[in-house]
Design a protein around this ligand. Sequence first.
Ligand SMILES: [Zn+2]
Length: 456
Amino acid sequence: MDLLIINGTLINSYGTLHADILCRDGKIFQIGKNLAYENDQIQKIDASGCLIFPGGIDPHVHMHLKTNSGYSADDFYSGSRAALKGGTTTLVDFVTPEKDQTLIQATELRIKEAENSLCDYSFHVSPVEWRTCLPNEIAKMVNETRLRTFKVYMAYKDTIGLDDAEILLVMRAVAKAGGMVLLHCETGDDIESKRKQLIAEKKLSPRYHPVSRPANMEATAVKRAIDLAAEAGCPIYIVHVSTKMSLEYIQKAQSNGQQVFAETCPQYLLLDDASYEGEFDQVCGYVMSPPLRKKEDNEALWEAVRTGIIQTIGTDHCPFKLEQKRLGRHNFTLIPNGAGGVEHRMTLLYSYGVLTGKISVNQFVSLTSYNAAKILGLYPQKGLIAAGSDADLIVWNTEKNQVISVGNHHSQSDINIYDGFKTKGSPDVVVKNGQIVYVSGAWSEFPGRFLETNPF
Ligand SMILES: [Zn+2]
C-alpha cells in the first residue's frame, strides 16, 4: 500500500524543505508540494508541525553478544525494537569469528542470528587472528558477501586483539580489497599491566576501571593506528573516541588529507567518570571500554561533533543485566563491559545537541544517518530523504518531553546509564521500507533485511 506523508518539514544533511512524501514499494517515490493523490489504497500521515528525518543508522551495536558472562541483554529482536522506538531503523553490528572459523563462515552464522531483527542490518567483520589466507578471505568478503568494513581490536589481546604487525597486514589486505578498517583504540599491553598492578594492590572496586585504562592509552593507540594506516594506505574509522587527546591526532591526520573517520557515543558526550563513585550496584552499569572520561573531554567531543572532526554517533549498545555485572562484585576486571543506548541515541543528541544550539537539525541528520551511510557504503539507499532511497522516515515530534528510565525503556537490561535524563523530541511515527513500524507506543513487526554495502 502506498503511504503519503503530508505537511512535514523534511530535514536532510544538506537542506530543509516543506513538502509531502509519497512512498511506494518500500522506497520514496516522489517528493513535492501538495501531491495530488486519489486512491483508496493509501495510508496518510499528517506531519504538520513535525520534522521528518531519515531513519537513524546506528553504526555500532552488539546485539546477542556471547561473552564469558553470558549473552548481552538484548538480542536482535529486543534491541531492534528498542532502536525503532527511538527512531533508528538500521543497525550495523559485528561479526566476531571463533578462532577456527573463516570470516565467511562466521558471517553466515551471524546473518542467521540477526534474522529476527526488526531493523535493517549490516555488519563489520573482525579478523581476530592473523593467518596467511586472511587476505583471500577479506577479498572474498568484499567481492562476494559485499561487506567492506573490518574491525580490529588493539585491546583484548588475550582473546580477539591483534598486535601492531598483524594490524598492518590486515590494513594492507583491506586496502587492496577496497575496504576500510575500523579500530578499537586502546593499548592492550599497557592496560593488562595496569590491571595486574591494581589487582595486586587490592584496588578492586569499579572506581579503578577508568584508572586501569587512562586517556593516554587510547590516544597513543589512536596515533599508532593512524600511522599504521598511513603506511598501509588504508582508510580507517576509529570507533568510540572518548578523549580530547585522541581528537588532536585525528584532526591532524584529517587536515593532512588522510582518510580517518571518527565516531563517538552519547555516553562520552554526556557522562563522566564521577559515575564510578558510589555503591557497586549503582556504578557497575558504567563499566564500559573505553571508560567515561572527564568533563573537559565531553566538551572537546561536542566541539569535534560540531566542527565535523567526528562524523558519526554510534552507541556501542551492549547492555548487561545487573546480575551479570555482579560477577565482578569483588573484582572490577570481571565486570562485563558495556551499556545500552540504542533507543536513546537520537533523542539525546536532539535534546543535548540541537536544542542547546551546539548543532543544527541538518547536522543532526549528518551525525545520526547521512554520514554513516556515506562512510559505510549504505548511501544513497539510506541516510537521506530523496526519491529512490529507502522509505525509512521518522516523524519527529519536537515538543514531546520524556524522562529516560529503567522503568520505561525497551532494552531487556535492568540497568540504564541515562536513567533520569530529561529529553525533548522523539518519534511519533517511524516508517521503515514504506511500512509504519511504530506509532503511538505500538509496533507493527516486519522483518529487517540484511544490507550489502556499496563500494566506497
Ligand atoms: Zn563496540
